[in-house]
Design a protein around this ligand. Structure first.
Ligand code: HEM
Length: 486
């Protein structure tokens, strides 16, 4: 009652266990009144807001504590929150400080220092190498793995295709770590896991490390804990090897990639500029590797699924790619801006399946947010210092006030004029995604190359031959919610 009074009895929903944080992830499926469930937003999309008649609602829960959380799907209110970083900072994301402080899991001056080190590597001159490396990785896949086969059957699109591609691209373009389909999918000597498997285990199961007490972690009494522990140990070993290899490499040329910026900042002889400790160096290597491939891999997988379900659109995309790059040669970085249809397909995929479904903020000082309800009335919602805010990217992307037929796949809506403030898969304001252009560059290169050579279809399986379109959609797009929507 106190929590409800604090928000002027503004509409919303309550549950015993919160939808957010570690418990939201532990109990994912919502149960009426009892469990909030992190998947609530996936199931409900914009429905809670439709029922409330306004695009700002509250969530009150009792466990693990009694926070008042405002959930936002209103572009104007979201803009207000994302553009005032000091008034609405990010929580610290302790779960993501596994090796040390880093650019994603930090705030204030600490974040400024990390951003100063990382940002230059994402400026325009570094996009061309991202494109060129992506093209090389795709050519290696086509020529040396898929070869002359007419039909390639991929049983698990993320594991076998999009995850390795995205990991290879960030490894090579961000860290100068050479990648090849022949060697990188198996553990090299001295390792028990491949680099891909080590980072995958950690990204999927990092919460196990967070919730396991230290003595149990050391003992690793169950197979699950032992597997995750091995993943952590192996990933740390890979990261330390990368650091050592680059530090000991003869200086043949000046490099300006992300890894160089991070290493320079952690060099004890470095004078001036932003500095990183050794733990922060590992913290950032981990977070850039993670942020640089996990979201991209799942977005590409959803894109291929959507194109497989919409053959008409895939044909349109194919014709577009053929007219932009007519003679079947490899696409060049200069041609990227011509590939507008690929971009529209990505934006629409990210609208329907935003990898980051919501972004948390906290309220630093007592303030008031003003939302306009569906009858046009302005409502002032008081928010006390210490309250939580959750920007629901999912609800925003399915908001029928901004998107016509929000559940339909219609990439054409991203040509011409579209409501930019209602599409925020990469967030906005000073804490917006640093890798936006990196993702767009690698994504367009991958999509262009794949659709120009292959037609993406769902595998014919007799067990599913009588499925309706809706049943097929549900089977194909059953989501899992880890650190990203998968
Ligand atoms: C589909 C692809 C991607 C999506 C949907 C995405 C989404 C996001 C979102 C929503 C945030 C804000 C998170 C928050 O405030 O809690 C973010 C931050 C960030 N992303 Fe991405 N991202 C993508 C790709 C990438 C790539 C490829 C990289 C690096 C190569 C990257 C690096 C980062 C970094 C460093 C931040 C933190 C920025 C800061 O706080 O200063 N992201 N991303």
């Amino acid at each position: 009652r106190t929590a409800l009074r604090a928000v002027n009895y503004h509409p919303g929903f309550k549950s015993f266990v919160s939808c957010f944080g570690v418990f939201g992830f532990a109990f994912k499926e919502p149960r009426r009144g009892l469990i909030g469930g992190s998947l609530r937003f996936w199931h409900r999309k914009h429905l809670d807001f439709d029922e409330a008649g306004v695009d700002v609602i509250h969530h009150v829960s009792f466990f693990p504590r009694v926070p008042t959380c405002l959930i936002l799907a209103d572009p104007a209110v979201i803009k207000e929150v994302t553009s005032h970083r000091a008034l609405f900072p990010k929580p610290l994301y302790h779960e993501l400080r596994l090796w040390g402080g880093n650019i994603i899991a930090s705030e204030g001056d600490e974040w400024k220092r990390h951003r100063k080190v990382g940002a230059p590597a994402f400026s325009e001159p570094n996009n061309r190498p991202v494109w060129n490396e992506t093209v090389k990785i795709m050519v290696d896949l086509f020529d040396n793995v898929w070869g002359s086969q007419d039909t390639i059957i991929v049983d698990h699109v993320v594991d076998a295709l999009t995850l390795p591609v995205a990991l290879f691209v960030i490894s090579v373009a961000g860290f100068g770590k050479n990648a090849s389909w022949q060697s990188d999918l198996l553990p090299p000597s001295g390792h028990k896991l491949s680099f891909k498997d080590a980072i995958h285990v950690v990204s999927v199961d990092m919460f196990i490390q967070v919730v396991t007490p230290t003595f149990l972690w050391k003992l690793a009494p169950t197979k699950r804990i032992a597997d995750v522990k091995l993943g952590f140990e192996e990933l740390e070993k890979y990261m330390l090897e990368m650091v050592e290899e680059r530090r000991n490499a003869p200086k043949k040329e000046e490099r300006y990639d992300l890894f160089s910026s991070l290493l320079d900042a952690s060099d004890s002889d470095a004078d001036g500029g932003a500095r990183l400790t050794d733990r922060e160096l590992l913290g950032n290597i981990f977070i850039f590797l993670l942020a640089g491939h996990e979201t991209t891999a799942h977005s590409l997988a959803f894109t291929f699924g959507l194109l497989a379900m919409h053959q008409d659109y895939q044909e349109k995309l194919y014709q577009h790619v053929k007219s932009a790059i007519p003679d079947g040669r490899l696409p060049t970085y200069e041609e990227m801006n011509k590939l507008t249809e690929c971009m529209a397909v990505f934006y629409e995929t990210l609208r329907l399946f935003p990898p980051v479904v919501g972004v948390p903020k906290v309220v630093a000082e007592n303030t008031t947010l003003v939302a306009t309800d569906f009858t046009g009335k302005r409502r002032a919602i008081p928010v006390a210092a210490g309250s939580d805010i959750h920007i629901s990217i999912l609800a925003l992307h399915y908001n029928p006030r901004y998107w016509d037929e929000p559940h339909a796949f219609k990439p054409e809506r991203f040509h011409g004029n579209w409501p930019r403030d209602a599409s925020l898969p990469l967030m906005a304001g000073p804490r917006a995604c640093l890798g936006r252009r990196f993702f767009e560059t690698e994504g367009i290169a991958i999509l262009t190359m794949l659709v120009s050579r292959y037609k993406i279809e769902l595998k014919d399986e007799p067990a599913f031959s009588h499925e309706t379109y809706e049943e097929r959609w549900d089977r194909l797009f059953t989501v899992k919610q880890g650190i990203t929507l998968a």
